[in-house]
Design a protein around this ligand. Structure first.
Ligand code: DUC
Ligand code: ZN
Ligand code: ZN
Length: 470
């Protein structure tokens, strides 16, 4: 006699953000309906004996098929990007619907839905990027979109086509406060970057490695402090994205000590890369690792590890921004090597995010398994209003799960499933990799990818649940 289950994961070592325990997981119609010992037989069974099972990852910061100024184009669309996510244990992605200046926010959202429709293999939600906060956007569009399930948006303090000035940031933060949305802030001082870039260019210093010198830690530190001050003025929580090192961390610690609700995100590149990966000489190969903020040095990596361990960081995201190295659309726009100012910013990381942190964090003895789950799944789901349906292993949650295989594996781009022609982690040894990824109880990865284009569902986000009700 079988029980009511479509699928039972048998004898799992279940890891949540608060506990690790042995149990069977019973799944029906895509959801977890029972967790316990010796569950009745399911129609299908997976023996997870001796294996850790975590919630599927929620990658709350990735860029897929985001329109760029020609000839630059992202290598991953929703098909290849979400395929890569699934094979790396990520079952929900939150990319960005970016408003172009002059465009309505609604048009940006509609455009993103068209880009995802019929293609996504994993579930997805959208953050908004507000680049043109007109009165219409502030008074009508943004409140309406928040009510419809787009409850987070990114504000840029740099990049000419996206950045807002302080007055505009205050306006947008006021909307976040009034409507209970989460504002994510890219904190780098645009004027300092431009001034430094011009000086470097005047000195003929245009190789990729000078990208790091054009965006030193202090430009991030200043903008981080300013973002905190603007949030304090408006009295609203914010989340500072892609924090790269000590001086920004110090600002966030200071703000927390004042009782301010400042949340923070970091990414694999700030744990596993340094500015040296942008090149030690004037060669172009380091263009692969040009991203912003740039990777720092080993002592800053330690600061980031400490912040992951002690709760300074709320979420761990990839900031996957997929550009090919070769060809005409990526790191060599037009097909030729370019001064660093013109190198598209970003590195791929959707597929390697979970395994890198599991290997070096959990199995490297730096963070607990519970902390791993919190950073990669539970907190991102809470920060962006997807919890408890996403980000946890609990009765009623979607059966989005990862069964882990602990054993050595070397990262090779040829084995990855994105459409990017490189990974910055080529040759790096891992101690674990997702053996099986389940989405809504369906196996999408078990060493082979089982495509399900269009079955990834759009998730309308609710209110962030990291902070007490205001
Ligand atoms: N920096 C960003 O802000 N976004 C995309 C990639 C990057 O490097
Ligand atoms: Zn950013
Ligand atoms: Zn980004």
């Amino acid at each position: 006699m079988s029980g009511p289950f479509d699928l039972v994961l048998r004898n799992a070592r279940v890891a949540t953000a608060s506990d690790c325990f042995n149990a069977d997981i019973g799944i029906q119609a895509g959801r977890i309906i029972q967790i316990g010992a010796s569950l009745p037989k399911g129609v299908h069974e997976i023996d997870a004996a001796g294996r850790v099972v975590t919630p599927g990852g929620v990658d709350a910061h990735c860029h897929l098929d985001q329109p760029m100024a020609p000839p630059v184009r992202m290598a991953d669309d929703f098909d290849t990007g979400t395929r890569s996510a699934a094979c790396g244990g990520t079952t929900t992605v939150i990319p960005f619907a970016a408003q172009e200046k002059g465009q309505s926010l609604r048009a940006a959202v509609d455009d993103y839905h068209r880009r995802a429709a019929g293609k996504a293999h994993v579930d997805y939600a959208f953050h908004l990027i507000v680049s043109d906060p007109t009165p219409e956007v502030l008074q009508h569009e943004l409140p309406a979109l928040i009510a419809e399930g787009y409850t987070s948006f990114k504000i840029y303090m740099t990049y000419d086509d996206l950045k807002l000035d302080d007055g505009q940031i205050l306006d947008v933060l006021s909307v976040a406060r009034a409507h209970g949305a989460m504002a994510m802030i890219h904190a780098e001082n645009a004027d300092c970057i431009e001034w430094l870039t011009k000086r470097l260019e005047a000195a003929g210093r245009t190789a990729p490695r000078f990208h790091a010198l054009s965006r030193p830690m202090l430009v991030e530190r200043e903008a981080t402090h300013r973002a905190i001050s603007l949030a304090e003025l408006v009295d609203v929580p914010i989340l500072i994205v892609h924090v790269s090192g000590r001086e920004a961390v110090e600002q966030i610690r200071w703000a927390r000590a004042q009782g301010l609700q400042i949340y923070a995100e970091t990414c694999p590149q700030y744990l596993f890369l340094t500015a040296e990966d942008l090149g030690l000489d004037d060669g172009y190969h380091g263009a692969r690792c040009v991203c912003s903020p740039p990777p720092r040095d080993r002592s800053n990596q330690e600061v980031i590890w400490n912040g992951l361990r002690d709760g300074l960081f709320t979420v761990f995201s990839s900031d996957h921004a997929p550009f090919n190295y070769d060809g005409t659309e990526g790191k060599k726009p037009g097909g030729a090597e370019q001064p660093f100012r013109h190198i598209p910013n970003g590195i791929p990381g959707l597929e390697t995010r979970m395994a890198l942190l599991y290997s070096e964090g959990v199995l490297g003895g730096r963070i607990t398994l519970e902390k791993f789950v919190e950073l990669t799944a539970t907190h991102p789901a809470k920060a962006y209003g997807l919890h408890p349906r996403k980000g946890t292993i609990a009765v009623g949650a979607d059966a989005d799960l990862v069964i882990w295989d602990e054993g050595e594996r070397v990262i090779r781009n040829a084995d990855l499933h994105h459409a990017v022609d490189h990974t910055p982690y080529e040759g790096r040894r891992l101690r674990a990799w997702p053996a099986v990824t389940l989405i809504g109880g369906d196996v999408v990865w078990d060493g082979q990818f089982h495509p399900r284009p269009g079955q990834g569902r759009f998730q309308a986000c609710g209110a962030p649940s990291l902070w007490p009700r205001r």
